[in-house]
Design a protein around this ligand. Structure first.
Ligand SMILES: Cc1ncc(COP(=O)(O)O)c(C=O)c1O
Length: 469
């Protein structure tokens, strides 16, 4: 029973190894409640360690309440410590999804990380680290670094013509976190929200996870169909008007006006998620809805697409009446963003490096989109047509008469292709079964060409040969 296996050259001290083994025996019931542990002298002799080592182990057990010790009597195990076994870690591992590599990976929302200027960024980061004032290493406020907020205000103005004060901008850890906080922020206003259908399933889950009931509003090739808006009981409407995710439409002026009017009449907020509109290939980025009513629109921005997702920096532009509650919620959620990335990003914006990077990537992604459209034409003829505006990092395409469901996506995975049916992002199922999403931003032209040919072969093998019309 007391034969404890000790690793004498290990990193963990011998006393901790003895303590851990005895603690595990007590928890799994091998040492019974009330049972006496051997004397320190006895156990030290058995284990060929010093008596002090064992005494230290017993002290740890005593301090944490596993044993009691009275003068003159042996150290005994406390009652009520036995715990049933949980599933072994190995078993849990089996149920975790395994990372899979694909022969054609059309995952949506991926910028090309190979094009990110790592060296430039590294230099800015090191400089930011060296120059960071001491007070910024403490709790420096939930709003984010002022220099970054000012640079974002200037960037919004020069890239989208949006005039906002840096005072209205709050730095976040990306759009996903922003939505979590917005959900908390509006929870006193109601527990229902309207949302585009289809929409980004991750955003839907973020809001649902906060206990909101989400009411779908249908989307067509131009975005949200405002004639279906019904405001009863809702506190907000979530939209992607600059580039509807996933179908790609730009919300036309008439629908924008209708949406603002609807929000005013029903006294609700509009949450505008502007996730990738910087990448527009047939003209300048469209103007955010925010400019039409800054008191009612909450504008959500992110650097995940223009830079890289793991940066985890986004921002929200908030109507003034929400500022103080936002500060309160952010402090009590995760306090603030780390300052170094913020300072590096502020400098990246200040020196116009972001402008140049976006310009360059717009060219790169635009060419890739062109290759994609050309390859689709050559491969599928007239059996398909694109949806939405020429923007973003993915393309929605329709194959009339065909059916792409989650089973199709799974079979695709088994074949080595990752492709997302619009059905996956649909709340009301069955309305967009003939559409697929092809993420292309992260793929080289050859990867796009080979991937589409593979998709064609896969569809043919699955009896899904598109009909040329
Ligand atoms: C609609 C939409 N919003 C926001 C995001 C970005 O989220 P985050 O800033 O949390 O990376 C994405 C990413 O794919 C998206 O598709």
């Amino acid at each position: 029973m007391w034969g404890i296996e000790l690793e004498r050259q290990g990193e963990i001290s011998l006393s901790r190894q003895i303590y851990q083994t005895l603690r595990d025996y007590i928890i799994d019931g091998r040492i019974k409640p009330g049972e006496a542990l051997p004397s320190t002298r006895e156990l030290a002799k058995q284990q060929s360690v010093s008596r002090n080592t064992v005494a230290e182990s017993y002290e740890m057990l005593l301090a944490e309440g596993f044993v009691i010790s009275r003068q003159g009597s042996p150290t005994r195990v406390v009652e009520g410590l036995r715990l049933e076994k949980t599933p072994a870690l190995e078993q849990l591992k089996e149920t975790m999804p395994q990372a899979q590599s694909f022969r054609a990976d059309f995952k949506t929302g991926q910028p090309d990380l190979r094009c990110f200027p790592r060296y430039q960024w590294q230099q800015l980061f090191v400089k930011a680290f060296e120059k960071m004032p001491l007070n910024q290493l403490g709790y420096s406020g939930p709003e984010g670094l002022l220099s970054l907020r000012e640079e974002i205000a200037a960037w919004l103005f020069r890239s989208k013509g949006l005039a906002v004060s840096s005072q209205d901008i709050f730095i976040t850890a990306g759009a996903t976190q922003t939505l979590h906080l917005i959900a908390d922020l509006l929870s006193t206003e109601g527990r229902e929200m309207l949302i585009e259908d289809p929409c980004h399933i991750g955003m839907l889950r973020a809001l649902q996870g906060k206990g909101y009931s989400m009411r779908p509003v249908p989307v067509d090739a131009l975005g949200l169909q405002t004639e279906y808006l019904d405001g009863k009981g809702a506190c907000a409407v979530y939209v992607t008007p600059s580039h509807q995710f996933p179908l790609g439409g730009i919300l036309p002026a008439k629908r924008r006006a209708a949406l603002i009017r609807f929000a005013r009449e029903n006294n609700l907020y509009i949450v505008e998620d502007d996730y990738d509109s910087e990448f527009r290939y047939c003209g300048a980025p469209v103007s955010p809805l925010y400019s039409m009513d800054p008191q009612r629109v909450i504008y959500v921005g992110t650097f995940s697409k223009v830079l890289f997702p793991a940066l985890r920096i986004g921002y929200v532009v908030l109507p003034q009446q929400l500022h103080s509650q936002w500060r309160y919620l952010r402090i009590h959620a995760d306090v603030q963003n780390p300052p170094f990335e913020q300072a590096a990003l502020a400098e990246y914006l200040h020196t116009r490096k972001l402008d140049r990077h976006v310009q360059q990537m717009r060219r790169v992604y635009g060419q890739r989109r062109h290759v994609l459209l050309q390859t689709l034409d050559e491969t599928f003829g007239k059996a398909w047509h694109p949806w939405g505006d020429a923007a973003g990092l993915h393309l929605a395409l329709e194959f009339p008469g065909m059916r792409f469901d989650n089973e199709f996506a799974q079979r695709g995975r088994n074949y080595g292709i990752r492709v997302t049916p619009v059905e996956y992002h649909s709340i009301r199922k069955g309305k967009h079964l003939d559409k697929l999403l092809i993420g292309y931003g992260h793929l080289e032209p050859d990867e796009i060409r080979n991937g589409i040919l593979l998709l064609h072969d896969f569809m043919k093998e699955n009896g899904q040969t598109p009909v040329t019309v």
